[in-house]
Design a protein around this ligand. Structure first.
Ligand code: SAM
Length: 263
């Protein structure tokens, strides 16, 4: 199991992996980067073999890396050993992870959602911040949510920053995309409660009925939910703000809502 050693930044595979920092390149190839042996191992365990696996000398010989290499090769992927400098450039970090995997993006169609499969589902309208999105995917995984639904124009769940923030949950939680009209039409047949979040709501989040499966709807970091989206839920709620802050961070508010809906 001796992988080819690559030392040049002009190597075509290295260049292709580095290019995945660009959204247009991720969209063109349908690929994304996930860093770290733990996360790559998680993907492999969930049956998602890397298309490309890069590793540095310090990881060579690790039993989990051997498994990841076997899975990559069995799926006809490419495995290369690279220098620390290449890992740093690929990750854009001085202290890069010793293992980097390139994977196929997977989006789940809205129509594939089976509401009874989970007690809580999360819809995010126009989420902008990749750190928020990744943190929400991680929280949705931790709480056993069915999917994270991205409504309207959102940031890319497969950007390096978003994937990092998911800590591996990107492989465990289905990601769905829908435009506003498709979401509004689909929501009509939702069998449980649809609960929106609004800073102007009069009902507190803990007073609402979350009939399962609950679908919670969160707004954009700057604007919140616009009127046409705020009209979709059965009820809109506000998490009480007791100090001087006028709102919570989106990922924090989503975590509170998910756990209220699954209590
Ligand atoms: N200026 C925006 C507004 O007026 O809605 C603030 C948006 S807030 C930073 C981003 C999202 O987080 C909101 O749309 C909502 O989904 C959620 N959120 C933040 N604080 C909340 C609270 N106290 N109650 C309910 N949702 C909240």
């Amino acid at each position: 199991m001796n992988a080819r050693l690559v030392t040049s930044l002009t190597n075509p595979t290295v260049k292709a992996v580095r290019a995945l920092h660009l959204r247009k390149e991720r969209e063109a190839t349908g690929l994304f980067v996930a860093e770290g042996l733990k996360i790559v191992t998680e993907a492999v365990e969930l049956g998602r073999a890397p298309k490309i696996l890069l590793y540095g000398r310090e990881a060579a010989g690790h039993p989990l890396l051997k498994k990841a290499i076997q899975a990559t090769e069995a799926a006809k992927g490419e495995v290369i050993e690279v220098t620390q400098d290449i890992l740093a450039k690929v990750s854009r970090r001085d202290n890069p992870q010793a293992v980097v995997g390139v994977f196929a993006q997977v989006f789940t169609p809205l129509e594939a959602i089976r509401p009874q499969a989970a007690d809580c589902w999360v819809a995010l309208h126009r989420v902008r911040d990749p750190g928020n999105l990744g943190t929400i995917v991680r929280t949705a995984d931790a709480a056993g949510c069915g999917a994270v639904i991205l409504v309207g124009e959102c940031c890319d769940p497969f950007s390096v920053e978003a994937v990092r923030a998911t800590m591996g949950s990107i492989f465990a939680v289905p990601i769905v995309r829908a435009d506003e009209a498709a979401f509004a039409a689909w929501r009509e047949s939702w069998p449980g409660s649809v609960v929106g979040t609004l800073l102007t709501a009069t009902k507190a989040h803990h007073e609402a009925a979350y009939r399962k499966p609950a679908l919670i709807l969160m707004g954009n970091e700057q604007q919140g939910l616009p009127p046409e989206m705020a009209a979709l839920p059965d009820v809109n709620v506000k998490i009480p703000m007791r100090g001087r802050a006028d709102s919570l961070n989106l990922s924090v508010a989503t975590g509170i809502m998910i756990y209220a809906a699954t209590a």
